[in-house]
Design a protein around this ligand. Structure first.
Ligand SMILES: NC(=O)c1ccc[n+]([C@@H]2O[C@H](COP(=O)([O-])OP(=O)(O)OC[C@H]3O[C@@H](n4cnc5c(N)ncnc54)[C@H](O)[C@@H]3O)[C@@H](O)[C@H]2O)c1
Length: 344
């Protein structure tokens, strides 16, 4: 077998979006397979590394290195910035690149725009969890979106594209402008059902059976356990909205226990409060493998920390599709110093 340095390609957002458009169901299946692979131990997913800045406390850049085995066999790194102040000046909060590394040589062979990949894998994971955690019972028909930026829009898109429809959609955001913008998106997307913009968190929570948290809150701001007494299914994608007491009154499903109980997430706070992890019922992989079932009579909270393996799987899928279409933009000579004793 001849091992060579793979060519290096750059895949911009326009190509990423072209590949992923209309493929929501396929991506959910891919994310499910990746969770199963991760659950079976055929992955390496070390802790994310948070780069924070003393002079800019609300900003951060996170490194998510990962490796997946299986058929995909690829290593890589997502490097994703969160600068919440961007939104006020009209550009998205998050920006990201994904590097794919060759399994055999370790060489990076692609760099992909990755804010779309990240939003896509996050939304696919949320839709997957909503599906598995509502199996065997009536699907929630009243959805509530709490915090409505890009991630909320992607989650709605993935739910709609994978068979969900809602009789009522509630919207709540600290910013009236963002709430109105999301309402406009829902109307344009033909979401159907009655759309209500709430001016309080309590109203939204009490009137929703499927709740999607996608704010940028750094610490819990929803603290009243009684708001959840109708036992909704909660996709706690932004991870830090709910007081630990709410988690302790709920069934808790995470994507990965070690990852999720870190970085002052609500599950991390619940662990600190109780001194243990007994409040965690299991992972989504446990649910999919039938090792646990959704407990009745309590709210269910899915808290996905967001695993680098998902970015890698979706990124490799995009790369393969662009390559198959013969549309890879290669950067010739990117790796240049390749002769051990110098070019002759
Ligand atoms: N778990 C994961 O895998 C994962 C992946 C990607 C993003 N996220 C998280 O999703 C969240 C949303 O990301 P985004 O790109 O859509 O952000 P965004 O800034 O575009 O939107 C966030 C929205 O939340 C609103 N908001 C902030 N605080 C609020 C509060 N206390 N109550 C109500 N609304 C509030 C803001 O006004 C804004 O409209 C972020 O916290 C991000 O870290 C999680």
């Amino acid at each position: 077998m001849t091992v060579t340095v793979p060519p290096f390609a750059v895949i911009p957002g326009a190509q990423v979006q072209r590949v992923l458009r209309g493929r929501e169901a396929e991506v959910v299946t891919l994310v499910e397979a990746t969770y199963r692979l991760h659950g079976a131990g055929d992955s390496v997913n070390p802790p994310s590394y948070f780069l924070r800045f003393p002079d800019r406390p609300s900003d951060r850049i996170i490194a998510l290195p990962a490796s997946i085995g299986g058929r995909q066999r690829v290593d890589g790194l997502k490097w994703i910035s969160s600068f919440p102040g961007n939104v006020a000046v009209g550009i998205p909060r998050a920006s990201a690149v994904l590097i794919l590394n060759d399994h055999d040589t370790g060489y990076p062979f692609a760099r992909l725009e990755s804010s779309i990949i990240s939003a896509t894998r996050t939304a696919a994971s949320a839709a997957l969890a909503a599906d598995w955690l509502s199996r065997g019972r009536e699907r929630p028909a009243r959805a509530g979106f709490f915090g409505v930026g890009l991630i909320a829009r992607y989650i709605h898109k993935f739910l709609a594209a994978t068979g969900w429809s809602f009789g009522e959609i509630g919207v709540y955001d600290l910013s009236a402008e963002h709430a109105a913008g999301f309402r406009g998106y829902l109307e344009q997307a033909g979401a159907g059902g009655q759309i209500t913009v709430h001016d309080g968190a309590e109203q939204l929570i009490r009137s929703s059976d499927l709740l999607i948290f996608a704010t940028i809150a750094g610490q819990p701001h929803v603290t009243d356990v009684s708001w959840f007494k109708h036992n909704p299914l909660v996709l706690h994608v932004s991870l830090r909205d709910l007081a630990p007491e709410i988690l302790l009154a709920s069934a808790n499903i995470v994507d990965d226990v070690e990852h999720c109980l870190k970085a002052s997430t609500s599950p991390h706070l619940a662990e600190q409060l109780t001194g243990g992890r007994d409040f965690v019922d299991g992972t989504l992989d446990d649910v999919m493998a039938g090792r646990i079932t959704r407990p009745a009579g309590r709210p269910v909270v899915f808290s996905p920390f967001g695993l680098g393996v998902l970015d890698l799987a979706v990124g490799k899928y995009v790369y393969d599709e662009v390559r198959k279409a013969g549309e890879l933009a290669r950067v010739d000579g990117f790796f240049y110093e390749l002769d051990r004793y110098g070019k002759r």
